[in-house]
Ligand binder design. Structure first.
Ligand SMILES: [Mg+2]
Length: 419
């Protein structure tokens, strides 16, 4: 049974540039973070891909591969704008269920949409809606399949402007033409492990028993692979609650405990703003920390996670108190902090949340809302937050907005360090 429709935008950043600048259409272009030979390509148009230029190719090398290559400096604010327009457009045809990245989303089919012909008609409507309403350059590849994994693989099978439907009865044979490395979740390290277990093709992978895959992965993840390759729906972990999060890899000057704390304060401030902007209150705040330790150190030693209940709030002071408590409970690993992440989960729309009865909490929510309003008004002029917690001052320049891949910022949100 077909259950999932997966949309993957083709050469998304390059297509956005071609949409904005007609003179780039049909040309080999490469989007780069800055105009220097030492940097790497973040997206290539299809004419450039024909020369072998792809995401990750060094610019110097890309120019050798394709002498006519046009380099375009990426403008991530534009891509985020396009992303939101693509989502809104798909939503007019079928509700978007999950946003996987800036250019990939998936939708669930209701029973009437599950017969292959109905699914095909729906997929074509999605594709046409995007090119007609967002822009003619914004082509997409759509995959429809019994589960999300196979739908994503299907979307990848025909590019650009593809539509691939894989029905349950075609599984797993339809996947046999692929290479193991084409499957999302199999990287070069995993490939080596599979090869060592005698698994060299997708067919090998699909014909192994549940037990053998568990052994190859050395975990229950192998069991999940067994079922997903057969098109089974997996019970996804953590789908019952929505979460939002921010994480940051710390530069060398921020890795000491005190400096890292300032970054955590800044991430928390952003996260709280984001929750208010989206209209959610949270039930839980989680922190995750990766320490910079030698590779020989076990993961359990080099990582630390903790969470606390926060009882349906989204105000900065309330969440800040919770974050401080978590921070103070961090064990002393005597190692620099490499990465920090904060996540709010158990999100409920503000409208349906029970308002706090405590005067203090009411005041803090009002204060947070007032700060958001001031920043929204003055942000564009100052290019930065006008008002922010004093504890954030140290970290103000520490987490600039990066080119968005996984976590898509909202443009309305003040970006605290707009350097
Ligand atoms: Mg894509």
């Amino acid at each position: 049974m077909l259950r999932i429709l997966y949309v993957d935008m083709n050469s998304f950043f390059a297509s956005c540039e071609q949409q904005l600048r007609p003179e780039l259409r049909g040309k080999p272009i490469a989007v780069v973070p800055l105009l220097a030979d030492t940097t790497s390509v973040i997206a290539a148009s299809y004419p450039a891909k024909k020369f072998g230029v792809k995401t990750g190719t060094k610019v110097g090398e890309a120019k050798r591969m394709c002498p006519d290559l046009i380099l375009v400096k990426g403008s991530h604010d534009e891509y985020i704008r396009f992303h939101h327009r693509v989502i809104a457009t798909i939503d007019t045809v079928i509700p978007v269920d999950k946003i996987h990245s800036i250019d990939e989303v998936s939708c669930r089919l209701v029973p009437a949409e599950r017969p292959p012909e109905a699914a095909r008609a729906l997929a074509l409507r999605v594709k046409r809606a995007i090119t007609s309403r967002v822009g003619e350059c914004l082509t997409s590849s759509v995959g429809v399949a019994p589960n999300r994994f196979v739908a994503k693989v299907a979307a990848d099978m025909q590019k650009p402007d593809g539509l691939t439907i894989i029905e349950a009865h075609e599984l797993p044979q339809r996947l046999f033409s692929l290479n193991l490395i084409d499957l999302p979740g199999i990287g070069s390290k995993m490939l080596v492990r599979l090869n060592r277990a005698g698994i060299n093709t997708v067919e090998d992978l699909c014909t192994r028993s549940e037990k053998e895959l568990k052994a190859a992965w050395q975990s229950v993840v192998g069991v999940e692979w067994f079922h997903r390759l057969q098109g089974k729906q997996l019970i996804e972990r953590g789908t019952s609650r929505r979460t939002i999060g921010h994480s940051h890899v710390l530069g060398p000057e921020r890795r000491e405990r005190h400096a890292a704390r300032a970054v955590a304060v800044r991430l928390l401030t952003k996260l709280a703003q984001r929750a208010r902007h989206l209209g959610y209150v949270a039930d839980e705040l989680a922190i995750s920390v990766a320490f910079l330790m030698p590779r020989s150190v076990a993961k359990t030693e080099s990582r630390w996670h903790a969470y606390t209940k926060v009882q349906g709030i989204n105000d900065t002071p309330g969440l800040m108190r919770a974050m401080r408590e978590l921070w103070d409970s961090m064990p002393d690993r005597r190692a620099p902090i490499l990465k920090l992440g904060l996540t709010l989960s158990g999100l409920t729309p503000m409208a349906s949340a029970t308002p706090s009865l405590f005067e203090n909490a009411v005041a803090e929510t009002r204060l947070s809302k007032a700060i958001d309003a001031i920043n929204k008004k003055l942000g564009p002029k100052l290019g930065t937050d006008a008002v922010y917690p004093a504890s954030m001052h140290d970290a103000k320049r520490s987490a600039p907005r990066r080119i968005a891949f996984g976590n898509i910022p909202d443009l309305d949100l003040p970006d605290v360090s707009n350097e």
